[in-house]
Write a protein that binds this ligand. Sequence first.
Ligand SMILES: *Cc1c(COP(=O)(O)O)cnc(C)c1O
Length: 448
Amino acid sequence: MRTIIEPFRIKMVEPIRMTTKEERQAIIEAAGYNPFLVKAEDVLIDLLTDSGTSAMSQEQWAGLMRGDESYAGSRSFIRFESVTKSLTGLRHVIPTHQGRAAERILFSLVGGKGRIIPSNTHFDTTRANIEFEGARAVDVIAPDGTDPEVLAPFKGNMDLVALEALIRDVGPENVPVCMLTVTNNATGGQPVSMANIRDTKALLRQFDIPLFLDACRFAENAWFIKMREDGYAEKTLEEIAKEMFSHVDGCTMSAKKDALANIGGFLAVNDDELAQRVRALLILTEGFPTYGGLAGRDLEAIAQGLIEILDEDYMRYRVRSVEFLGERLLSLGVPIFQPTGGHAVYVDAGRFLPHIPESRFPGQALVSALYVEGGIRAVEVGSVMFGHNAKAELVRLAIPRRVLTQSHVEYVVEVFESIVRNKDNIPGMRFVHEAKVLRHFTSTFEPV
Ligand SMILES: *Cc1c(COP(=O)(O)O)cnc(C)c1O
């Protein structure tokens, strides 16, 4: 069969409140043209993020009822630990309330002034946690990885030549750990190949530097390896994921992504001594090591989600629906970051709206137009978010897991059709209120 269907049916529904274009015009104006300031209720299709927005399965909801809320050694922790250890093969798995809590603990132990922490590309919370401790976060992405038009299979790969040069330049004693983000959220959700994971580890071994995965989207990465890398077509996603983890010394994980949970995360390490220091810090801010800032029921949901995410029918549907949206936008002449990754389509608003200069925020202009035209909420990933450090003026359309149907995606395409027809009339934006930090969250704008 050609048609790839959602491999689930709907048992419980959450209504979406329909709005008119006139209502949305008034709502976005009142929100200062910033979709972060729009109430979720006023959004028809929410593509703001894939983080914590997954729909849980019947088994996850059943797990909530089974959650053991004992302070120490709960049954739910034991299940969580058994699933995560079996998946990662790592000796110590320590739950945290989110991915960034795992980052905060890791980098306060291994980071600090004079330290350099490389990655293919650091996610923004990772970078912030590294830099907060005084260390330097350095991106070492292969050159193709940031070019939106190159159709390479593994654009998330680490540049090994540049990594080796960096390590020799700063001295291996100043590189306490190397990160590898799978898939690479900061550049289009692009995957990293198994060969690159293996070769990165082999290089780091020479210098005795541990390799950590930022594993938030490990299962989507495993799917791309299965589809695109020689020798993996016949392997299961579980086998591929386990092989990915077999090459690393630890990982940070946000359960809000590929654990299909609404909250949670973990830090996993092989090193016994490091694990002890992690647990000591964990108690200060997260909680006892068998719950780490989570309820027992959250641990159940995560354990179950980590099993379900490796279902190939699910992953085929997920990646196909992202790819479908990308293909349709391209056929409308909307430039996107290619190829599409696992969790989002990134529209190149700079090229799509060439009449709007960077200083008038083409991404923010498109985000506002998407809301007014169709009640779609997306996020600007460009000059508003990164200021002068922006590499491109992108708009991210993130697809929540198991939440939308195919007709929702087709509706998004139709909204774009209408936007394409009127794109020359979309006005640029200027700040009314410019927030000092993390500008995209709270700044307000007006059309120019
Ligand atoms: C979401 C994310 C994080 C941080 O996780 P939170 O649960 O949001 O704190 C870290 N790295 C990557 C690649 C992410 O996508």
